[in-house]
Write a protein that binds this ligand. Structure first.
Ligand code: C5P
Length: 406
């Protein structure tokens, strides 16, 4: 339900050297089990052959407006109707102009006019062309007409110039495409997610930390973005890339995280604390690296503030507060205790000792415990992305419950 699998995606490729990159996107979509149909403008076929896209998509590629075989004369209407979403990439200056003015002189333009599916446009061109007033005006018109636009990226362009005009990268495009085919049940909700470990400095070279990779929190941020939420991710040091469409605030220590989270939480509708925050930090932080022969073999620690506890104290009516608990035994009892102590609405307990769950793993098995006295919900062992969506299903349910009570 929350993937691109089984979705009908019409990819419109226009004439830009970046067309070769879109071959990789079509391959990724086919691997994700989407049903991809490619339409190429005439200019696009000069850069990449239709055979490339046919082989990668496993489907026939369309180019000509008037097919010779009689059964295909309404191609544009059929493709437009069947599409769950259209992706136009690379969108050349010419294609942007065509679409902005509603011209219907090639198959891509006419299919775009005929579809009621959402359309995502990814421009790519020389930076002077991209910044030209005519292109700017066309982009603005397309926005007003309800098309979804992704900005071109900056960097060295195929023409040798440096500037804005590069085709966006697939990891930045895929989340927006997914959002366009996902039910928007969390639209207009601000969701704050925390992720990753924290680092507690000993001196400029050393720190205390933990095994958290950030994978669960990043999966939650991506899932919430796909479901239409405005997402802020406060992340401790993690090797994961910033998720597209998410505002990311990178922090280092528990104290940094405390400040960032409290500032963002004030107007958040949901706070999900998936970060593994260090409970203690070294009592003294040395300005200079401590020499090996000067190291004291015992380290004295002081407690960090419990961010979630503080959020529970400050919780606004209607705000949903969700904690995570990493446990190794008595999961339900430990979860219920934390839920009450921190004034949470929901706690996700994971057994960090269980196979396939917990730190660094790609999968997780969560036990969800709510405030009500109903039995906890034991989720199956699934990918962290799937676990994230299951947790958000519960958030969505909480919102529906609250709306019913009003
Ligand atoms: O009590 P415990 O640390 O096990 O609770 C875990 C939950 O509390 C997690 O959601 C974690 O993000 C949060 N936490 C926090 N501040 C701390 C420690 C944990 O917000 N200093």
């Amino acid at each position: 339900m929350y993937t691109l699998a089984g979705k009908n995606i019409v990819v419109g490729v226009s004439g830009s050297i970046a067309a070769f990159k879109v071959a990789g996107w079509v391959s990724a979509l086919a691997k994700a089990e989407a049903n991809v149909t490619v339409i190429m403008t005439e200019a696009a076929q000069r850069f990449v052959t239709p055979l490339t896209f046919a082989a990668l998509s496993g489907n026939r590629v369309y180019g000509a407006m008037f097919a010779a075989d009689a059964g295909e004369e309404m191609t544009h209407i059929r493709l437009a109707r069947e599409a769950d979403v259209m992706l136009i990439a690379p969108a050349s200056a010419q294609t942007l102009a065509r679409l902005a003015h509603g011209l219907a002189d090639d198959l891509l333009a006419v299919t775009t006019l005929a579809t009621r599916a959402p359309v995502l446009i990814c421009p790519a061109m020389n930076s002077a062309m991209y910044s030209h007033a005519a292109t700017r005006a066309n982009l603005e018109t397309l926005r007003v007409h309800g098309y979804h636009l992704l900005q071109a990226a900056s960097g060295v362009l195929a023409c040798g110039e440096e500037g804005q005009g590069r085709l966006a990268e697939w990891p930045d495009v895929q989340p927006f495409l997914l959002r366009l085919v996902t039910p928007q049940d969390l639209a207009k909700k601000k969701i704050l997610v925390t992720a990753g470990p924290t680092r507690e400095a000993i001196d400029p070279a050393r720190f205390l930390s933990n095994r958290s990779s950030g994978k669960m929190g990043y999966a939650l941020a991506r899932a919430a973005m796909a479901r239409g939420a405005e997402v802020v991710l406060v992340s401790g040091p993690s090797a994961l890339p910033d998720p597209a469409g998410v505002r990311v605030r990178r922090v280092i220590s528990a104290l940094d995280m405390y400040e960032a989270v409290l500032a963002e939480a004030a107007d958040a509708d949901v706070v999900i604390k998936a970060a593994a925050v260090a409970d203690y930090r070294p009592a003294t932080v040395f300005d200079e690296k401590v020499k090996k022969d000067q190291i004291d073999t015992s380290l004295s620690l002081i407690a960090n503030p419990d961010i979630l506890l503080e959020l529970g104290r400050r919780k606004r009516p209607g705000q949903i507060l969700i904690g995570f608990a990493a446990e190794t035994r008595n999961l339900e009892a430990a979860g219920r205790k934390k839920l009450a102590a921190k004034n949470l609405d929901l706690i996700a307990v994971n057994n960090v000792k269980a196979a396939g769950g917990g730190f660094e793993a790609e999968t997780n098995q969560l036990l969800l415990i709510g405030r009500d006295q109903v039995a906890p919900e034991a989720l199956p062992l699934v990918s962290k992305d799937a676990a994230a969506h299951m947790l958000l299903d519960r958030v969505s349910w909480l919102f529906r419950q609250a709306a019913r009570l009003q």
